[in-house]
Design a binder for this molecule. Structure first.
Ligand code: TMP
Length: 251
C-alpha cells in the first residue's frame, strides 16, 4: 500500500494528490461546520451524499457547456477532479432573501428578490470571509477583469440551469455559493467551476411546504440533516445505487 499525499484539508473535504499530474482526489468528509467552524459535528453519510450530489450537478452543468473541474467519481466519498489554482473568492448568488442577507439588510427571510443578486466574499477564514466588491478583486489582483466577466456569466448560467433543475423536482433554489479555479493551458489560462455544489453550499426549500432541505438544518439545530440531504438526492434520482445505510434514512 502506498500512502497518498495529502495536499490540503478543509472543513468538509480533503484534497489528495491524484493519480496523474494535474489531477486531485477530492474526499468528502462527514464533518459539518458552521459559523466559521465554531460549531462542529460529524453527520454520518454526509460525505457520500455530497459526493454524489456534487457529481450530479457538475456532470449536468458540464453537459450544457459550463466548464468545471469534475472528471469522475472514484468511490463513495471520493471524486477525481482537475487540479486548479483556486481563485480566493466565494461567489454567492441569491434569488430569495435568506441567511446573511436577511440579517445584514433587516429583510424577512423568504422575500423574493426583484432580480438575482451576485455577491463576492474573500476566502479568508481568519477574517470570516468578508464581503468584497469587484473593486477589491481587481485592485488586489485576485482575479482579472476577463476572469470576472467569465465568472459572472458562468454564475448566471449556473443559477438559471440549477433553478430549473430543482424546480422540476419541487425544490426552490434560494441561494448558493460556488468557487472557481484557473487552469493553465499553453500560454493561456481559463476559469473552471470548482469545489462542490451540494446541500452544504446551497439553500434548498421544498417548494410546496417551504421546508428546508439544506445545511441550515444543521446551522439552526433543526435536526434531520441527513434525511433532508437524502431527500434531495432521491428527488434528483440519484438514490438508486446509494448504499443501504443512507437509503435507510429515507422515510
Ligand atoms: P449566507 O446567507 O450565509 O451568506 O450564505 C449564502 C449561501 O452561501 C448559502 O447558500 C450558503 C452558502 N455558504 C457556503 O457555502 N459557505 C459558507 O461559508 C457560507 C457562509 C455560506
Amino acid at each position: 500500500m502506498t500512502r497518498r499525499k495529502k495536499i490540503y484539508e478543509g472543513k468538509a473535504k480533503i484534497l489528495y494528490e491524484g493519480p496523474e499530474p494535474g489531477t486531485i482526489v477530492q474526499y468528502f468528509k462527514d464533518d459539518a461546520t458552521a459559523f466559521n467552524a465554531q460549531k462542529k459535528a460529524t453527520l454520518e453519510g454526509k460525505g457520500v451524499l455530497n459526493n454524489r450530489i456534487s457529481e450530479f450537478m457538475m456532470t449536468r452543468l458540464g453537459s450544457i457547456g459550463i466548464a468545471n473541474h469534475f472528471i469522475r467519481r472514484l468511490s463513495l466519498r471520493e471524486q477525481l477532479v482537475r487540479e486548479v489554482e483556486i481563485i480566493p473568492i466565494e461567489v454567492v448568488c441569491r434569488n430569495i432573501v435568506a441567511g446573511s442577507m436577511a440579517q445584514r439588510l433587516g429583510m424577512a427571510e423568504g422575500t423574493p428578490l426583484p432580480r438575482s443578486i451576485i455577491e463576492f466574499y474573500y476566502k479568508k477564514d481568519e477574517l470570516g470571509d468578508p464581503m468584497v466588491t469587484e473593486e477589491h478583486i481587481s485592485a488586489f489582483n485576485w482575479a482579472s477583469t476577463q476572469e470576472m466577466d467569465d465568472i459572472l456569466a458562468m454564475t448566471v448560467r449556473v443559477n438559471d440551469f440549477l433553478s430549473g433543475l430543482f424546480a422540476g423536482v419541487g425544490i426552490t433554489l434560494v441561494d448558493f455559493k460556488i468557487e472557481f479555479g484557473r487552469v493553465y493551458e499553453n500560454e493561456f489560462s481559463r476559469v473552471l467551476l470548482a469545489d462542490e455544489i451540494s446541500p452544504d453550499s446551497c439553500r434548498l426549500w421544498d417548494t410546496a411546504s417551504g421546508e428546508k432541505l439544506d445545511k441550515d438544518r444543521f446551522r439552526r439545530d433543526m435536526g434531520n440533516v441527513i434525511e433532508s440531504y437524502t431527500e434531495v438526492a432521491r428527488r434528483l434520482g440519484i438514490m438508486k445505487d446509494m448504499p443501504t445505510v443512507i437509503q435507510g434514512g429515507l422515510h
